[in-house]
Design a protein around this ligand. Sequence first.
Ligand code: F6P
Length: 341
Amino acid sequence: MRIGILTAGGDCPGLNAVIRSVVHRAVAGHNDEVIGFEDGFKGLLDGHYRPLDLNAVSGILARGGTILGSARLERARLREAAENAPDIARKFGIDVLIPIGGEGTLTASRMLADAGLPVVGVPKTIDNDISATDRTFGFDTAVGVATEAMDRLKTTAESHQRVMVVEVMGRHAGWIALESGMAAGAHAICLPERPFEVDALVKMIEERFAQGKRHAIVCVAEGAQPAAGSMEYTRGAIDQFGHERFVGIGNLLAGELERRLGKESKPVILGHVQRGGTPTAYDRVLATRFGWHAVEAAHRGDFGHMTALRGTDIVMAPLADAVSELKTVPRHRMDEAESVF
Ligand code: F6P
């Protein structure tokens, strides 16, 4: 069998672990050939690829990013890929394509699969917002980075009696904010799923300082929004990839809290540091298992599906289920975190 593999969308710790695992299982386990397309779907459309043998994936398990490169692609070009789906397999002589990506990539993969290209998807995203899988790799690493950042911010905040507003990634789903906020003991967690009340935040922080506490940490997802009328706020425009441009809620909220509290409030935007660097052991293992199962699924002819974690097992889920809706934080998970506003 000849397998094509690509990594698309925002990068994520663990991508290299999947690539390595696919190559190991395919080459050493099945005597397959593997080629890697460069820079996501761009490589597929422009014909940029390279062979991947055992040597090519040596030493990459713990490396962040992706050795194949990644890119977001405009929707028009993705439609172009779908229109050419049957030719793609012929052109590169591949029997299956294994795209590794988030919601956008899996939607494109589904289009390709529906158009006749044999596809086995592998979900990835630090946001953990893909339906049909309990977890995506990269999430554990991002939560770890954000938690450590808040642990560190705590000591400097209490030295100066400051409020720290820590903005973490998460456009529509607040999983990183929820879990890192809980792990770090943040005093408030603001999620995209539930507009937050600025008055409640101000009251909580005032009470803390009145009790003699010397700092407060507010963990806010980049996609969180204030409840209507609770502070000045305008939504951002949509970019060429169909994503909302954020207006910087961390900065806005820190400014608003400083004005209302009369206390120094510092915004800390964690940004891409959450996505860079070495994956945790958990993410390396999940990514490796996904890669192994993707190859097995390809050999079974289980196309139009993606690998998914259910409990502790890896199963194959229809791509259609994975992209039907985003997995957002449900109410009962918010209830468990007392500091969700
Ligand atoms: O989807 C993963 C993610 O890291 C989001 O959390 C974040 O909003 C986005 O990608 C950032 O994208 P980019 O790297 O294109 O700025």
